[in-house]
Design a protein around this ligand. Structure first.
Ligand code: IMP
Ligand code: MG
Length: 178
């Protein structure tokens, strides 16, 4: 039978249209915030790939792009260990630069806490976090994203970059797994 990923999704949490509208709003807000600052947008691979691509194209100020690939040790599909391995570090120096981390979701917050501490040590002029999704109920440490697309309930989501066991990243919306 032909693959139909939609049938493996219980319900859509954030539609393609809602994402497009919110990304445009965030893009406008960030363009104001970073105008004249030549910000470095940091994409956290792989989950942020679509958000990063859409968000950067909705921004009208000058910006540079860099990419970081991280994975957490001993995590299963639904729970992060909080111990992060850097598989690919940034290419550029961020010392004295304005930096915006672009991530798919803040869940326990452990990954971004680790990353924020790591990058802060490199003395950027500013360091902020923009997440497409925020699950505040799950937080295990003291961190909040500076910019959020959508606050969502405590459900495991996939699509628009987010995966379950490596799959579903190519769904154009954010849904809850069936
Ligand atoms: P945290 O360290 O617990 O905040 O987890 C962050 C990472 O866990 C994210 O970058 C995602 O890769 C993954 N993650 C957390 N919640 C979900 C989810 O609901 N669906 C898919 N991946 C998730
Ligand atoms: Mg992930």
């Amino acid at each position: 039978m032909k693959t139909d990923m939609n049938r493996e999704v219980d319900h859509i949490l954030v539609s393609q249209e809602q994402i497009a509208q919110r990304v445009a709003e965030l893009g406008a807000q960030l363009s104001e915030e970073y105008d004249g600052k030549n910000v470095i947008l940091v994409c956290i691979l792989k989950g942020a790939v679509h958000f990063f691509s859409d968000l950067s194209r909705s921004m009208t100020c000058h910006l540079e792009m860099d990419f970081m690939s991280i994975s957490s040790y001993g995590n299963n599909a639904r729970k992060t260990s909080g111990i992060v391995r850097i598989a690919k570090d940034l290419d550029s120096s961020i010392t004295g630069r304005h930096v915006l981390i672009v991530e798919d979701i803040m869940d326990s917050g452990l990954t971004l806490k680790y990353l924020k501490d790591l990058l802060s040590a490199r003395k950027p002029a500013s360091l902020k976090i923009c997440c497409l999704l925020d699950k505040p109920e799950r937080r295990e440490c003291d961190i909040t994203p500076d910019y959020v697309g959508f606050v969502i309930p405590n459900e495991f989501v996939l699509g628009y970059g987010l995966d379950y066991d490596g799959l579903y990243r190519n769904l154009p919306y954010v849904g809850v797994k069936a």
